[in-house]
Design a protein around this ligand. Sequence first.
Ligand code: A3P
Length: 287
Amino acid sequence: MFKEYFQYKGISFPGLIYSPRALEAAHNDFQVLDDDVFNVTYQKSGTVWMLEILSLIRSDGDPSWCRTVPNWDRAPWFETVLGLGRAQRNPPPRLISSHLPVQLFAKSFFSSKAKVIYTVRNPKDVLVSLYHFAQIFRPYKDPGSLDQFLDKFLEGDVPFGSWFDHVRGWLQLRGRDNFFCISYEELQQDLRGSVERLCAFLGRRLGPAALDAVVANASFAAMRRNRMSNFSLSPAFILDVRRTPFLRKGIAGDWKNHLTAEQSARFDRVYRERMAGLGVAFPWDAP
Ligand code: A3P
C-alpha cells in the first residue's frame, strides 16, 4: 500500500487516524479544563508507560481500571480523530495523552491550570524503538534500512517532526508550576521515587502500599500481560503486534545493539549542534 503523509503547519502526520480537521480542532477549539492532566511525549518515549502510571496513581494503585479499560480510552490521544471525541466525552478529571509539538498543542491550555507531564527519552533509543514501531504501525511508511531511517529521523522527516524541535519546544515551559518533565531513564532507574515525585506534582497522597501497587502494576512484565495496555486489542490493520510486540524490549540503551560506531557518531554530531544552548543535562548526556 502506498502511504502518504499530510502536512499540518509544517509537521507530517499519517492519514487514517489523523486529519487536518481534527488537528485544527485540537489546536484551536479543544476546551482544556483546569483539572486536566496531560501525558505529553515525543512518540516512543514512554507514553503508554506514563499513561499506566498516571492511571494507577489516579486509582490509588488499584489496577481494576487499567485491567478493564483500554489505555487509549483512559487517556486518549486528543489529536487523533477518534481520541478527540473520546477526550471530549470523558468525565473530568481527565487524563489526556498527546504527541503534539508545543506549537500545535491546545491553545486553551496556556491560560489554564491544567498540568502537563512531559516524558523524554534518549533519542537514540527513540530512534530504535520508532524504527521497529514503523514496521508494525500500518499508517506509517516502511522505514527502509536503519541507516536510511536514521538520516530521516535526524532531519525530522518523520511523523510529528523533529525530536530536537519537540523537546526544545516543550522544555520552554520549564519553571511553570503546571509543567513537569521526567525522563524514561529516571523511570527505569527509580520507578518508586519517580512515582512519589509525580504524586507530589499532582497533589496526590499515596500510602506505601498504594505506591507499591503502582510500581508493580506499571512494570514492563505486568503491562505486557495486560491486554488493556499491550495493544493486543488494536485491529491488525492499524497495528500488527503479532510481528513485534508494542512493548518490545523496555530497556534503556538498546541503541547500542543496533547502531554502529559511525552511526552513533553521526547522531552525536547532530545532537550536539541541535541541543546546544538548551542548558539541560539529560541522563544520557553523562560521560
Ligand atoms: P522499546 O521499543 O524500546 O521497547 P511509547 O509508549 O511512547 O510509544 O513508547 C514505547 C516504548 O516504551 C517501547 O520501547 C516500550 O517497550 C517502552 N515501554 C512501555 N512500557 C514500559 C514499561 N512498563 N517499562 C519499560 N519500558 C516500557
